[in-house]
Structures are given as structure tokens and as C-alpha cells.
Design a protein around this ligand. Structure first.
Ligand code: GDG
Length: 425
């Protein structure tokens, strides 16, 4: 038993190793939880991000960090395998086929046990433990068995599928049993919560749409947005996409919509910036997605670009967060077109960068964010014509819609999200 009154358990610690030292990895979750962790004598249990590295507990930015180490087999079976090749596609409604593999499952169990044991050791008598996301669904049950005195919350950041899909999972009963160790499970949307409740009504659940750290995205100065627009040829319409390179995000679909609009001569004087962070690159479906996206970009530029003036400007690297703000501020139209997405924080970040009502958001109906951002230009990414129509509507936006969404996001930020979950817990 430890002395931490509040314990966060997440797959990753909120730090990244840069050369020989650690830096806090930026992100809403850290921003929201850091004040709670500091105020309540808390700690964060997670993997530091390097395979095979064993670290002693350390403190960073005023937060106590408790590292859980993963070896190569853990990484392949638990992380790349069961988490990201079984659960991720299953919970995103089979956009690609999930793989069911007994060895991955066994690793998932073993790694969840490591996290549960670390949390059990860190938590004080009667502590509150908040477990995050699909990688750790067995932790609540395992932890409750070792430490019945603690209060356990769980938040699922990704969608929860309809029962007919979930029931494909060979280990569906074990996952449900794991989650039943919770005192409260939080979901992004009511539909996720409803799907879960069709399977079991024994557990207390709630819907808590996650949000962004509203202070993090500032409106960029005019000088830097002008520089950016100039760099892409001062187009009439600057379109933007920002995503992890993931098949759920519908990056190819927005490119195909753009290509078709250019083909039909409906959209002119346009530049499209696509920033795509490399993600899960050893998994075949991710490599295929990247290949298809890059092929489409090459084809569009070949067909419609000029020498020195491509249509699509593409970056496949991670960009510093402050630069991201310049892109958000400069873009006339933000394209967020996932086939399925728990929430999608990029949509909220774009809205946060447009307090004056300029700019327009094209948003998939299948993103959790569409529930709150219903004033966006909504589209169905499975229907190319619907994406095209939303883009065309967004070329002549109504500023009242953006202002309305901006006010909503600023008020419902990630701090409010964390507070509402923890109060309910
Ligand atoms: C999962 C769920 C849910 C992106 N590129 C760069 C960069 N980013 C940042 C964005 C944003 C975050 O990454 C992405 O968050 P999303 O919510 O859009 O998507 P997932 O990564 O799939 O997140 C999702 C979320 O969890 C939270 O619950 O909303 O549905 O899938 O903050 O700004 N950040 C930097 N450089 C980049 O190049 N610094």
C-alpha cells in the first residue's frame, strides 16, 4: 500500500524521452489532471515509451510518475497486437478486420496485471484510482481483487461498439468482467454508453465528452498566419487536415472529395495542408493507409498543381503544438472526416482558434465531437457527395455558427470534463 490519494493509470506516462532527458508530452489529459494530481497527493502509473527500459519512480513537473516497463513481447502482443490490431478496429466498427489471436490476448492479460499491481502498490487506503482507455480494460477487476478498499473509475476514450460487433470478441466475457471492477465507467457519447448498457446494467455508467485545454490553443498573430498563407501561394481557400495517420480518420476520403471538386471545376484557387503524425507504423493496415494517402496526394498534385505551386502540402512528421495553432488560425476550412472517432480533439482545437467566427469546420457525423459541434458543416465520410457538399457550403460560412461553437468549447474544457467525472465518481 502506498500513500497516493489519487492515482491515474494510463498506457503512457505523460512524458517523452528526448535524447537523454524527459519532457512532458503536451496533451489535454495531462493538462486536466496535473492540477488534481498536485492538489491530491497523486501519482501517474504508465509506460514511459521505450521498450525494455526499466525506470525507478521519478517526479516531473510536480507529478509523481510510476513507470511500468514493457519488453519487446509485451509491446508486440499487448500494444501492437491486442490493443491496436484487435480492440482498436473492433471498437471502431470494423473499418478494417480485427485479428483475434490467443497469444496477444495472453499478453494483454499479463500487461494489465502489471499495471494493476503497480496501481495497487501506489494507492493509499481508500484512494481514488482513475484508469484510462481500451488498453487497460482488465485493470479495474484485477485491482479491485487486490484492493477492495479503493474507488475505481474508468474512462473509454474511443467508441464502444454495438453488442452485435462486441460479441465477436472471443474474450468478451473477460473484458466485461474486468470492467465490472469499476465504480463508474465514463463514455464519450450516449450511444457508446447505450451500447455498453445493452450488455450489462450492473455497473454505474455516464457520458462525459472529453475536451481540450482551452488555454493551450491561442489565436496566432496575423504576421504568422499571413506568412503561412503566403508559403502555400496565398490561395482564396486554405483547407487543413490534422490527424494521426490512422485508417479511422478518413484522410483519403477528404482527398478524394477535393480531387472530385477540382475535377468538376467547382473549387478553384485552393490549397490543402495535410499534417499527419506518424502512428503505429509497424502495423500493416497503417502502412496501407499511408501508401493510399500519399498516392492520392501525388496524383492530385500531378493533375492539378503547377511547378512551385502544388495543391496539397503534406507533412508526415509531428509538429510542435504552438505551430499547430498557426495552422488552425490560418485555415479557412478544417476537414475532420473520420469514419468513426471517440471524440476528435482536433475539431475542438480548430474551433478554439476561431473566436471571431471566421473559419469553417467540416465534420463527420461519426465523430463524437459532432454531438456538441452540431453547428459544423456535417458530412458522411462514406458518401463522397456529402463530403463535397459540406466543403462547398463551408466556402461561404455563417460566422454565427463558429462563434456559437467557440463559446461552447471554451466553457466545456478538459478541466470541466475531469471535474464532472471525478464528482460523479
Ligand atoms: C483518442 C481518440 C479522442 C496531432 N498531430 C500533432 C498533434 N496532434 C494532437 C492534436 C490532438 C491530438 O493529437 C489528437 O487527438 P484526437 O482526439 O484528434 O485523436 P486520437 O489521437 O485518435 O485520440 C479520440 C481522444 O483520444 C481523447 O479522448 O478524442 O477520439 O481516438 O490534441 O492536436 N500534436 C502535436 N503535433 C502534431 O503534429 N504537438
Amino acid at each position: 500500500m502506498g500513500d497516493n490519494e489519487f492515482v491515474v493509470v494510463a498506457n503512457r506516462l505523460p512524458v517523452d524521452k528526448v535524447e537523454d532527458h524527459y519532457e512532458v508530452s503536451p496533451g489535454g489529459l495531462v493538462a486536466a489532471l496535473a492540477p488534481v494530481l498536485r492538489a491530491r497527493e497523486g501519482c501517474w502509473v504508465g509506460w514511459p515509451g521505450n521498450i525494455g527500459e526499466t525506470l525507478d519512480p521519478f517526479e516531473f513537473g510536480g507529478i509523481a510518475l510510476l513507470p511500468v516497463s514493457l519488453d519487446q513481447d509485451d509491446f508486440e502482443g499487448f500494444y501492437e497486437g491486442f490493443s491496436n490490431s484487435t480492440l482498436w478496429p473492433l471498437y471502431h466498427d470494423l473499418i478494417v478486420q480485427p485479428e483475434y489471436n490467443q497469444e496477444w490476448w495472453e499478453r494483454y492479460v499479463a500487461v494489465n496485471r502489471k499495471f494493476a499491481e503497480a496501481a495497487a502498490e501506489a494507492a493509499a487506503e481508500g484512494a481514488t484510482v482513475w484508469v484510462q482507455d481500451y488498453q487497460l480494460q482488465l485493470v479495474p477487476g484485477m485491482l479491485k481483487a487486490i484492493r477492495p478498499d479503493v474507488t475505481i473509475g474508468f474512462f473509454l476514450h474511443i467508441p464502444f461498439p454495438a453488442p452485435a460487433l462486441f460479441q465477436q470478441l472471443p474474450w468478451r466475457n473477460e473484458i466485461l468482467e474486468g470492467l465490472k471492477g469499476c465504480d463508474l465507467i465514463g463514455f464519450q457519447r450516449h450511444t457508446d454508453e447505450d451500447n455498453f448498457r445493452l450488455l450489462t446494467e450492473e455497473i454505474r455508467t455516464g457520458t462525459f465528452p472529453i475536451s481540450i485545454d482551452s488555454g493551450e490553443i491561442a489565436v496566432a498573430p496575423k504576421a504568422s498566419t499571413s506568412r503561412l498563407r503566403e508559403a502555400v501561394g496565398d490561395p482564396k481557400h486554405l483547407l487543413l487536415g490534422v490527424d494521426r495517420m490512422d485508417y479511422t480518420k478518413g484522410i483519403l476520403q477528404r482527398l478524394l472529395a477535393l480531387e472530385s471538386l477540382l475535377d468538376e471545376g467547382k473549387l478553384e484557387d485552393v490549397a490543402f495542408v495535410q499534417l499527419a503524425t506518424p502512428s503505429r507504423e509497424r502495423i500493416e493496415h497503417y502502412r496501407t493507409t499511408r501508401r493510399e494517402v500519399e498516392e492520392a496526394i501525388g496524383r492530385i498534385n500531378g493533375r492539378f498543381g503547377e511547378v512551385g505551386r502544388p495543391i496539397v502540402h503534406y507533412v508526415h512528421r509531428s509538429i510542435p503544438k504552438d505551430q499547430l495553432g498557426t495552422y488552425y488560425s490560418a485555415a479557412d476550412i478544417m476537414l475532420v472526416t473520420p469514419f468513426k472517432d471517440g471524440m476528435n480533439l482536433v475539431a475542438k482545437e480548430y474551433v478554439a482558434a476561431h473566436p471571431d467566427g471566421d473559419g469553417a469546420l467540416v465534420l463527420s457525423e461519426f465523430a463524437g465531437a459532432a454531438v456538441e459541434l452540431d453547428q459544423a458543416y456535417l458530412c458522411n465520410p462514406f458518401d463522397l457527395e456529402s463530403v463535397k457538399a459540406a466543403v462547398m457550403d463551408a466556402t461561404d460560412p455563417d460566422p454565427a455558427r463558429m462563434r456559437h461553437m467557440h463559446d461552447w468549447v471554451m466553457e466545456h474544457d478538459v478541466a470541466a470534463w475531469a471535474q464532472s467525472f471525478l464528482e460523479e465518481l
